[in-house]
Design a protein around this ligand. Structure first.
Ligand SMILES: *[C@@H]1O[C@H](CO)[C@@H](O)[C@H](O)[C@H]1NC(C)=O
Ligand SMILES: *[C@@H]1O[C@H](CO)[C@@H](O)[C@H](O)[C@H]1NC(C)=O
Ligand SMILES: *[C@@H]1O[C@H](CO)[C@@H](O)[C@H](O)[C@H]1NC(C)=O
Ligand SMILES: *[C@@H]1O[C@H](CO)[C@@H](O)[C@H](O)[C@H]1NC(C)=O
Ligand SMILES: *[C@@H]1O[C@H](CO)[C@@H](O)[C@H](O)[C@H]1NC(C)=O
Ligand SMILES: *[C@@H]1O[C@H](CO)[C@@H](O)[C@H](O)[C@H]1NC(C)=O
Ligand SMILES: *[C@@H]1O[C@H](CO)[C@@H](O)[C@H](O)[C@H]1NC(C)=O
Length: 351
C-alpha cells in the first residue's frame, strides 16, 4: 500500500526536480548535446543568408531570400542583428546590393562580404555571382564598397574561413539557374587580406564544391561535404588546406552522411556539420543529421539531430553553442525564421 500511495508523490518530485535539474530544451547532461529555441528572426523568414559572430553577444545575418512571393524568391539587402543576452533581433543598414549565398567574414570587429549570388537583368530565375566586396562598420552602421573579387574569382556559397586578417574563400557557385537547377560549381580558392587589401590566387580545391561545411582549426581550412552541380549531388569528402604551405590534403575520413547546404561551426577540435539539403530519406528532402569531424583524431561522431531540420543557413559557434538562424524547411525553399542553438556539454574542462 505504501508503494501505491508514494508513487504519485515520487512521480511529482521527479517532475519537479527533473525540471529544475534539466530544464526542458536545455539538456546539457546528454553526451549527444541538446537544442534550444530562441527568438525567431524578426519581420520575415529567411534562407540562403550569411551569418557571422561579431562579439560574444552579437550575431548578424546578411542578405538571403525571403519567403516565396508570386512564385519567386526575392533576394534581399536585409541585414539583421541578434543580441544573445537580450534575445532580440534588430534591423541594421541594408547591404548596398541584394545578395543571396553571400560570403561573409569578421576581421577586427568589422564584417566583410566578399561576393555572393545576385540578380542580373531583373531575372527571377537566374542568379549570377557578384564580385562586389563590402565592409560593414557596426559603430557607424554603414556599408562601404571596398572593391571587387579578381576576374574569374566571383563566387557565392563559398566555404569561408578567417585566419588573422586573411579571409579565405573556397569553391562556391558561379551561378544558379532556378529553371533547370543547373549550378556552376567552382574549385577556385582565393584569399583577401583585410590589412593589406591584397587578393591572392591560391591552389584550387581538389574538386569543385559549393554549399560545403567549413572550419578553420590549427592552421588548416577544412571543407566538409557540400555538393557539385546540383542539390542532390551531395558529397562526403573532407579536404584540408594547410595555410602554411598552400597545399590540399585529401583522403581524410568521410562524412557519415554526404550532405550539402549544411550549417557548420567549430567547438574545440570538432567541426560540426548540421542539417542540409538533398536527403532522399525524408519527405522534406532536408537532413536532420548533426555530425562532427574531429580534426585531432580524423574521426566522425554523431550528435543530437537538429530540432527542426533546416538547410540553406549558416552556423555561428560561440563557446560550446552553435546558433542556427532561419533556413529552409524543404528542399529548394520554404524559408523559416525559427532560430535555435545546439549546445555541446562540457566534460570537465574540455568538450
Ligand atoms: C536529453 O537527452 C537524452 C539522451 O539523448 C534524451 O533521452 C532526453 O529525452 C533529452 N531530454 C530533453 C528534455 O531533451
Ligand atoms: C516569422 O516569419 C513569418 C513568415 O515570414 C512572419 O509572418 C512572422 O511575423 C515572423 N515572426 C516574427 C517574430 O517576426
Ligand atoms: C504579385 O503579382 C500580382 C499580379 O501580377 C501583383 O499585383 C503584385 O504586386 C505582386 N506582388 C509582389 C509582392 O510582387
Ligand atoms: C543580361 O542582359 C545582357 C544584355 O541584354 C545579356 O547580354 C546577358 O546575357 C544577360 N545576362 C543574363 C544572365 O541573362
Ligand atoms: C556573371 O558572373 C561571371 C563570373 O562568374 C562574370 O564574369 C559576369 O560578368 C557576370 N555577369 C553579370 C551580368 O554580372
Ligand atoms: C536556364 O535554364 C532554362 C531551361 O533550360 C534555359 O532556357 C535558360 O536559357 C537558362 N538561363 C540561363 C541564363 O542560362
Ligand atoms: C604541408 O604541411 C603538412 C604539415 O603541416 C604536411 O603534412 C604536408 O605534406 C605539406 N605539404 C606539402 C606539399 O609540402
Amino acid at each position: 500500500m505504501l508503494t501505491y500511495t508514494l508513487l504519485p508523490v515520487l512521480l511529482l518530485m521527479n517532475l519537479v526536480f527533473g525540471a529544475i535539474i534539466k530544464p526542458s530544451g536545455d539538456n546539457t547532461t546528454s553526451p549527444a548535446g541538446s537544442w534550444t529555441a530562441v527568438a525567431p528572426i524578426a519581420i520575415k523568414a529567411r534562407q540562403e543568408h550569411g551569418a557571422v559572430q561579431l562579439d560574444d553577444d552579437t550575431i548578424y545575418i546578411i542578405g538571403g531570400i525571403d519567403p516565396e512571393t508570386n512564385g519567386t524568391f526575392p533576394t534581399v539587402t536585409t541585414v539583421q542583428r541578434y543580441s544573445i543576452e537580450a534575445n532580440v533581433w534588430t534591423t541594421v543598414a541594408d547591404l548596398p546590393i541584394p545578395l543571396n549565398h553571400p560570403n561573409p567574414a569578421v576581421v577586427n570587429g568589422k564584417i566583410y562580404v566578399l561576393g555572393g549570388l545576385t540578380i542580373v537583368n531583373s531575372s527571377t530565375t537566374f542568379w549570377n555571382a557578384s564580385g562586389a566586396c563590402f565592409e560593414y562598420d557596426p559603430q557607424s552602421n554603414t556599408w562601404t564598397t571596398i572593391g571587387e573579387l579578381p576576374e574569374g574569382r566571383w563566387t557565392g556559397s563559398a566555404a569561408v574561413g578567417v585566419s588573422g586578417s586573411t579571409v579565405y574563400l573556397a569553391g562556391g557557385l558561379a551561378n544558379t539557374n532556378l529553371t533547370n537547377d543547373e549550378e556552376g560549381t567552382l574549385s577556385i580558392f582565393t584569399s583577401y587580406n583585410v590589412a593589406t587589401k591584397h587578393f591572392a590566387v591560391l591552389a584550387d580545391m581538389p574538386e569543385p564544391r559549393d554549399h560545403a561545411g567549413v572550419g578553420l582549426v590549427a592552421n588548416k581550412l577544412y571543407v566538409l561535404g557540400g555538393r557539385a552541380y546540383g542539390h542532390d549531388n551531395t558529397k562526403d569528402t573532407v579536404f584540408a588546406y594547410d595555410l602554411r604551405n598552400n597545399s590540399w590534403t585529401t583522403g581524410l575520413a568521410s562524412m557519415p552522411t554526404a550532405r550539402g547546404g549544411c550549417a557548420s561551426g567549430v567547438i574545440g577540435t570538432q567541426i560540426f556539420t548540421i542539417g542540409g539539403e538533398g536527403d532522399p530519406d525524408t519527405a522534406s528532402g532536408v537532413f536532420p543529421q548533426n555530425e562532427a569531424y574531429n580534426t585531432a583524431t580524423n574521426t566522425w561522431a554523431s550528435y543530437a539531430p537538429m530540432d527542426i531540420p533546416r538547410h540553406g543557413t549558416a552556423g555561428v559557434a560561440i563557446g560550446n553553442k552553435i546558433y542556427i538562424p532561419g533556413g529552409g524547411l524543404i528542399k529548394g525553399g520554404l524559408p523559416t525564421n525559427y532560430t535555435s542553438y545546439f549546445q555541446l556539454p562540457y566534460h570537465g574542462s574540455t568538450y
